[in-house]
Design a protein around this ligand. Sequence first.
Ligand SMILES: Cc1ncc(COP(=O)(O)O)c(C=O)c1O
Length: 392
Amino acid sequence: MDTSLHPNDAFAGFGKLVRSAFVLERDYAHLNHGSYGATPVSVLAAQRVWQDRLELEPSRFMRREYKPAMRAAAEALAPRLGVEADGVVLVENVTQAVNAVLRELDLSAGSEILLTDQTYGAVRNTARHISKRNGWTLRDVALPFPALSADEILTTFKAALTPAPALVIIDHVTSPTALVMPVAEMAVAAREAGALVLVDGAHAPGMLDLDISKIPCDWYTGNCHKWMFAPKGCGFLWSSESRRDGMHPLAISHWYEEGYIAEFDYVGTRDASSMLCMSSVLSFTDAHGPKRIRAHNHALVNDAADMLAKAWKTERGAEQALTGSIAMVRLPDGLGATLEEADTLRNRLVDEFRVQIPINALTGTLWCRLSAQIYNDIGDYERLESAVAEIS
Ligand SMILES: Cc1ncc(COP(=O)(O)O)c(C=O)c1O
């Protein structure tokens, strides 16, 4: 949590007061910002303006205005990531970026890619698919969960670097377990072992005070449509200088072999309004204060996780230092242990109680993943607590 702000400053003006800034259904506890984000009305309006600009004169827009506008969006984003814009290209999402990186990897047959048991499913499938074609192998390191400290994660990860893999894929924030990983230290260790490093930072932009320049990696990809309030279909890929030459987007188009930026900025005719409205995305965050948003979200998710773990007499998935704006809490016993039971419970919470929250089956029992965003207040988590009490 950002302690430079008084907690009252972080909470002022958020919660119910700011809910009408979002399209989200009313009378709903939306506790799953993490999966798909939620876009403010003002950003959706700005996106619509870009769609209109395209449709008013499609040829002029696509031939003259589109590429400079894509670059301007990447240039506006880059300083927020702590890097220069010449390494940043906008992509629809992290899944596409990971596919693009892995497709271009030039590794010999028999090379090994190191994942973790918490690697995001779509990323794992991408690695599986490309490895099958190239004769690479995949290995998983089992990370501690519940996680007690960053040191515990780091020690486990470092032990898995012998024998040295050719590539490691590190999640900055894990999806199934909501852990903020000591990614810079992990990247240092992986590089020392001689591995290439791809960081999957799907959740990090907006949730954390991100500075990619402090993470020694070859590629870093993140989503703007989760915690930065961008419309769906807005993410980025940053490639280190030495990796840019061999990179190509998933769709090879007119600008083939014209360079990293030219190729990624134009991947065929499309509606890229989710990316082009970047300045409005950043303005929304700036109006509320990026630091204040993070302070609110981190404090709220920690308060809520503590409250629920106490009410349910269970435990959290990680100590506060490993928690960003998402946090795991173990559900009370007796609600199930399998993925099917997790799905059933999740559906009941939506259909009968209007509470949207991901449930996962881990450690032989069920856990829920809380998200906190500026439109949430503690009442949303109390609603979850009452719903679970009725179901139990
Ligand atoms: C860790 C992680 N990686 C990748 C993704 C994929 O994001 P997208 O569906 O936007 O490509 C997610 C989405 O939740 C994620 O949590």
